[in-house]
Ligand binder design. Sequence first.
Ligand code: PGA
Length: 264
Amino acid sequence: MLVVIKKDYQEVSREAARIVAGTVRAKPDIVLGLATGSTPLGLYKELVALYQTGSLDFSRATSFNLDEYLGLAHSHPQSFHHFMHHNFLSQINLPADRAHIPDGTITGKYDEYCAGYEQAIKSAGGIELQILGIGRNGHIGFNEPTSSLASRTRLKALSRETAEDNRHFFSSASEMPQCAITMGIGTILDSRRVLLLASGRSKAAAVAKAIEGPITSSVSASALQMHPDVTFIIDEEAAYSLTQRDYYRHVVEMTKIFTPERLD
Ligand code: PGA
């Protein structure tokens, strides 16, 4: 696990974009795992800018999003379909038929649908690089606390904390979905590389539990301790509660000298 601590949100976004862009250039037919939320917005802006200057090409790439609210039309301004198209996909050249986002409009046969999503990831060759944010409750995707560490894509009831964090985006409390379709923790652990981004003091406790706490289903992100290639890119505020900050900085310095490709 690498923990890269940057000054602020902008630096986190730039560092993440450097790694994602480098990976896409090295493997143009890459399968990306994408996340929504306020955290990856800066990353998407940087990637769009690189695309617009002609230095990045997504024409052979494929993407799979982590999750989607259940019950929202794709056109709903709070749906993750809308988020992805508005903030990223409509501004780059990733072919629409290769951009996968769980369909929150389905009204039955949820297990069958979710098994199909898992199969589509497998058929595409698996996810090479998975982008993650982290919730205040330590969730990744919508894998709420107590999600099985071996879970796969499924319908998941949202926790009270997640509902509280997101309710203000909706015009009324009753409009806030109570469930979502999300990749599971097992699905995420299958990706070959994970980049988790976090910014701000509100994430500090979750980040510390994920990196330094015990592996527990109470903090879904702690499962990443079992993944062989995870990089946390976090700002000073999100790193606030880590006890080993100096050691993580030392590890990054040594990595730059001995195995710099791990930071590419
Ligand atoms: P945020 O959400 O990026 O909007 O903070 C992260 C998450 O809940 O996973």
